[in-house]
Design a protein around this ligand. Structure first.
Ligand code: NAD
Length: 424
């Protein structure tokens, strides 16, 4: 479809690593970060690249490339998802690992940041091929994993079922170690509330930001790009809080209905057909047009790099952009939106719900204990509200947007941990 090819082109024009580097540079003077410390905080601790040979169902041998980047471990074991996507490469994974260090620091949980990826289109593999790919990838990176070292989780193209294989493969060599991976099925030690945690957190932070800006969520309109784990749950919770979700998209196309989409019926349609496309009562629109639909809240929840440059950003007509996805806007887009008075709630705050509940899952695993769903959701809300308050206060005090405030707080915490640990 048109939407995906435009997105792929954009993803390649400015790399996610360029964006993270530029944002570090922007924020460094605001917090008087010395150059040497900036460099050491930006450069990853360790990068592992592995070859992942997989015997396909027809007997052929396919070779994929896999990566695990451990960005920073000063504040605790490194934490971050595993992505299966054809565009996942070392630079993208490196940038996403840096975002994880910032995210865990911002929400103040005792983790560092990491990310993994395999350059593969998982939709082209059978169930058994995916299992073989996962086991081979984990066996090749298991040397750097561990419950006090580096703890993977799901991301784009992966899910709790794949995390079950991660758990099993790691356990073959190391024995039963549930805390080595989060986002597992609940029956294997996963936490209640983990599957929906990122979308729930996105909407929690959206509501906090809306309240601060004086925008009512009930009766508002929302547009969501991506209808996977984050996008679907964001849509579900927005709908529950009384916002009309008027447009959504996925890789196959986009749909629009000014009266609001029935999210429950839409999710049934997606389960049956595999896509939002063709949902009755909605008009088909172009994937790019979706980003320009007038609304109160625009939630990009697909891939990074979807809005690059001032021109692209100037077409956005939302009052607030809440980044469910990692890295959807570049710094030029941020600048254009700030000029237009559009509030941007950055990824490291808006999609931190997943890693917060991953932390709660890890804690439950280490204690061999299970929390009730209410307890998990209450704790998630507390952590995110505290992080939002920190970001809002910093933004007010320094007259900057939420992105710079969030980066500044997170980088300060990383710098403090590195400095307190002493000279290397
Ligand atoms: P997912 O694989 O479950 O869903 C991705 C969705 O995006 C799918 O609906 C897919 O069709 C859609 N998509 C892909 N290309 C698209 C395009 N060109 N146009 C429109 N839609 C497109 O992934 P997810 O877990 O929901 O992750 C989405 C984003 O959220 C990613 O940026 C990810 O890094 C971020 N994130 C996820 C989590 C989590 O817990 N899953 C946590 C934090 C951040």
């Amino acid at each position: 479809m048109g939407s995906s090819s435009v997105l792929e082109e954009r993803v390649q024009s400015v790399t996610p690593w360029d964006v993270v580097t530029e944002r570090f540079d922007e924020v460094a003077p605001l917090i008087s970060l010395p150059d040497s410390l900036k460099k050491s905080l930006l450069v990853p601790y360790r990068e592992v690249s592995v070859e992942v040979p997989v015997t396909m169902d027809d007997g052929r041998l396919e070779v994929y490339m896999g990566f695990r980047v451990q960005h920073n471990g000063a504040r605790g074991p490194m934490k971050g998802g595993i992505r299966y996507h054809q565009s996942a490469d070392r630079k993208e994974v490196r940038a996403l690992a840096a975002l994880m260090s910032l995210k865990t620091a911002l929400v103040d949980i005792p983790f560092g940041g990491a990310k993994g990826g395999v350059t593969v289109d998982p939709t082209q593999l059978s169930h058994r091929e995916l299992e073989r790919l996962t086991r081979r990838f984990v066996s090749r990176i298991s040397i750097v994993l561990g419950p006090y070292r580096d703890i993977p989780a799901p991301d784009v193209g992966t899910n709790p079922g794949i995390m079950a294989w991660v758990l099993d493969e790691y356990g073959r060599k190391n024995g039963y170690t549930p805390a080595v991976v989060t986002g597992k099925p609940v029956s294997l030690g996963g936490s209640l509330g983990r599957v929906e945690a990122t979308g729930r957190g996105t909407v929690h932070v959206l509501r906090e930001a809306a309240q601060a800006a004086g925008i009512e969520v009930r009766g508002s309109t929302s547009v969501i790009q991506g209808f996977g784990n984050v996008g679907y749950h964001a849509a579900k919770f927005l709908d529950e809080y009384g916002s009309k979700v008027i447009a959504v998209s996925d890789v196959a196309g986009a749909i629009h209905c000014e009266d609001g989409l029935d999210i429950h019926a839409l999710s049934q349609h997606v389960k049956t057909t595999g896509s939002v496309v063709g949902f009755s009562g909605a008009d088909a629109i172009d994937g790019d047009t979706l980003l320009h639909v007038p609304c109160d809240f625009l939630v990009p929840a697909a891939l990074g790099g979807v809005v690059q440059g001032k021109e692209a950003a100037s077409k956005i007509q939302a009052k607030m952009v809440v980044e469910g996805a990692n890295d959807p806007l570049d710094p030029d887009a941020d600048a254009a939106l700030a000029e237009a008075g559009t509030i941007v709630v950055p990824d490291i705050l808006a999609n931190a719900g997943g890693v917060v509940v991953s932390y709660l899952e890890w804690s439950q695993n280490l204690q061999q204990f299970r929390w009730a769903a209410d307890q998990v959701n209450t704790e998630l809300g507390k952590v995110l509200s505290r992080a939002f308050d920190d970001v809002h206060a910093f933004a007010q005090e320094h007259s900057v947007g939420y992105r710079k405030a969030a980066y500044a707080i997170a980088i300060q915490r990383l710098a403090q941990a590195e400095t307190q640990r002493g000279a290397q």
